[in-house]
Ligand binder design. Sequence first.
Ligand code: SF4
Length: 302
Amino acid sequence: MERLDLKVGFECNNKCHFCVQGDKRYKFAPKSLEELQKSLADNRKDIDSVVFTGGEPTMHPHFLELVKTARDLNYRKIQIQTNGRMFANENFARAAVEAGANEYSPAIHGPNAEIHDWLVQAPGAFKQGIRGIQNMKKLGVPVVVNSVLVRPNYRHLPQTAQLMVALGVSQFQFAFVHALGTAAKYFQMIVPRKALCEPFVKKGIDIGLRGGIFVMTEAIPYCFMEGYEKYVAEQYIPRTRIIDAKFVVEDYTEYRWNEGKLKGEPCRQCAYNDICEGPWREYPEFFGWEEFKPRSSKSDVA
Ligand code: SF4
């Protein structure tokens, strides 16, 4: 396995309309420091890269100590996947880096406070997220930004890409919403049609590339990515073991292929069938397969 995804708990200071974890924050208490340290030590036997996730990992009362434990165990890469709000505090950002964080992955879901703050239901979150990126850049940490692609923001992807270029992030990624948890509850309001997103996604990628930034997309199959196949993230996502609340996903890639995602009738005649994971299954289960047009030939993949 190449990476450990350690969910430290499900507390969060945002309430995103598209949160896949739904109401887990009310069901599971944060894991204890001892339990998490044991997970870090046990998994270090065969993995040297860890990403702290949740919920919001910085809400864990022992967050900095956990990062330090990962460093003491010689994890090579220590990524923080976060809503980024805590990192607006320069002292906190510095403490996280001093503890060992060496890759920063915040979430920005739009080009301005109006869109972002509404999506995450937290006034001031956008401003804090941007300040966090600036702080971590100043500290010399690579910044990999994630934007969840949803109905209220997809038309603004090009402007979001422009913002990423202006901020000088190392990489950004558009991840198509996975309709689980809160996103399932608000499905009609939140899940856009992939075919409508396609031109905005491609424009966003062009803007990023022109600005010298590495851009990726997630959960957007190759039939919506003609000419942009090499930006499909699933080709590069490291094999990941997920330690969730009460269970372990041994291999997230296998989970996506076998359970999370789905193939349909059009895929049978598609040139990308062998490497494409298909969409998250909830999408065609609701909208059907009409939009999915099989590709006649393969080109330009990684
Ligand atoms: S295999 Fe299916 S989902 Fe994937 S690109 Fe082809 S038609 Fe689209």
